[in-house]
Design a protein around this ligand. Sequence first.
Ligand SMILES: C[S@@+](CC[C@H](N)C(=O)[O-])C[C@H]1O[C@@H](n2cnc3c(N)ncnc32)[C@H](O)[C@@H]1O
Length: 538
Amino acid sequence: MSFQAAKAQRLARERGRVAAQPDAPAGPIHALQDTPLEIASSSTHGRGLCIAAGTGGVAAGTTLVALEAVSVLNTTQLGVRCHYCYARREQGLLRCSRCRFARYCDATCQAAGWKIARHRDECEALQRWYAGADALPDLDRDPGPSVRVLAQLLWLRRRRGPAWWAPFAAMQSHRQDASAVQKDEAAQIAVRLAKFIGAEAGLRTLGIDSAKALLELVCQYQTNAFTLTDAQLDPIGAALEPTVALLNHSCTPNAVVVFSSATEHTRCPIEVVALRDLTEGEPVYTSYVDLAAPLPVRQQTLQERYHFTCACRLCTRSRWVDPRTARWCARPGCHGWVAPAARPCCRQCRAGETDTEAKEALVAEALELVPKIHRGMHTQLDESLVVQLRAMLPRISAVVPPSHYAMWTLVHAAHVLAIERCDWDEATQLTMLLCAGMQARGARDEPSTLYPAGHPQRAVLLATLGRLLLQEAPSTPSPLLARTVPMPTTPEARARLAHTVLRQALTEAERGFGSRTRGGWVAESVRASLRNVEQACA
Ligand SMILES: C[S@@+](CC[C@H](N)C(=O)[O-])C[C@H]1O[C@@H](n2cnc3c(N)ncnc32)[C@H](O)[C@@H]1O
């Protein structure tokens, strides 16, 4: 599973490709202080970030920037996380006695929340919002994360002044391009924001003097906000930071946005980390979409939400088998892939595909399940969907590899459910499948995998697999694994595999979560697991 052997060769190849990258921003505008970055602009992408001249480039894993973001927790996290440092605590959180909404680890976080994170403004607004509620506030009826981020932003603007506000004001909005659905959503947020802040007069004192200005701000938020994630990349809220928002998109990103250093009593910054060595003048790109999604799904999301057509190397690539859409070759003993095409045939043994129609119908059925499962995972997955998921997995795994979008998404959901149920056998086998899927190559080069090497998603899954392999051995190897990776059968082989996987997880975490935090919480926990394995084997 190690990528180390190919590293030097791959970096040389990737450097070679940089010059050919289309739409590279032309001409720097200005450098960003204390970072290796500068802002540049192009006719196709608007403004963007690139590696500044005179820096000599940066190495993979460099934290390019770490900045304070305006952020809030999602509604579902409000009862279980500190309102200031976002640390998770199932119980024992102190409740703000005024609004009875915000909860804190202790008095230190409460004091920091009041002063630094401006809970003093939010507290009043929350009291107004819940006025008349005789019991505790119903967290499900909270104003919502978008409204709470935007309100924070306006209160900070009043306090910090025009120079602080200028980069927020310059954020792209796409208000003119918004679809009817987006306009409706923006209008609903705007109405709730006005109510939360406290009527029209309140908004005027915060610099919003018309309905148009209010809608513009909401649209800027929709184009530029980030998902706030915890140390394991689980979504926990929303964040806005205008410099990081300058990052343009590529489906072969060379950087990632992370919130890696969640420690008690400190709010972690938003960070941009280089996924590979970057040269002077090279544009820095992150991905706005799920990299496991195939071309049409990525393009649809980018067009609907961000109003552009991506022309990156992955989107324009031809004559290859995309692991996101590949099907297994049915010939016994052949592990080759078949690309969906007019006359599908195996790229390895060249045998023509049989039963194409039935396979396409099954893939379509699995793909129909994907959005339902996605929605269910964000709220509550009902029992009938779990039954459908369990029935679909063995059927679809016989037809497509674990990198296929339908298979990957369904296995991911099943893996989350198995971990929630503490079913370690099933969780181990499903995580093996995910790790195999995310590293499967559609061609010889690195961008042909779902996630590029060092992507934090890889570090998280590998770290999970390493830890699961250290648990009890599974009793019956799953048929889902039949065509991909053999499960080790002895405790010794399992421990050896755990060690290899954890070493790779550490390398990937140190790169993907960045040098500033030495790979953040994921790397720290993997180091602890490795110490345990090494002591046990000594
Ligand atoms: C978060 S902003 C990025 C900064 C933006 N370019 C600016 O000038 O403020 C997102 C917007 O940038 C543009 N953009 C980002 N990536 C792009 C790409 N690969 N191709 C074309 N436009 C892109 C789109 O207009 C998108 O809605």
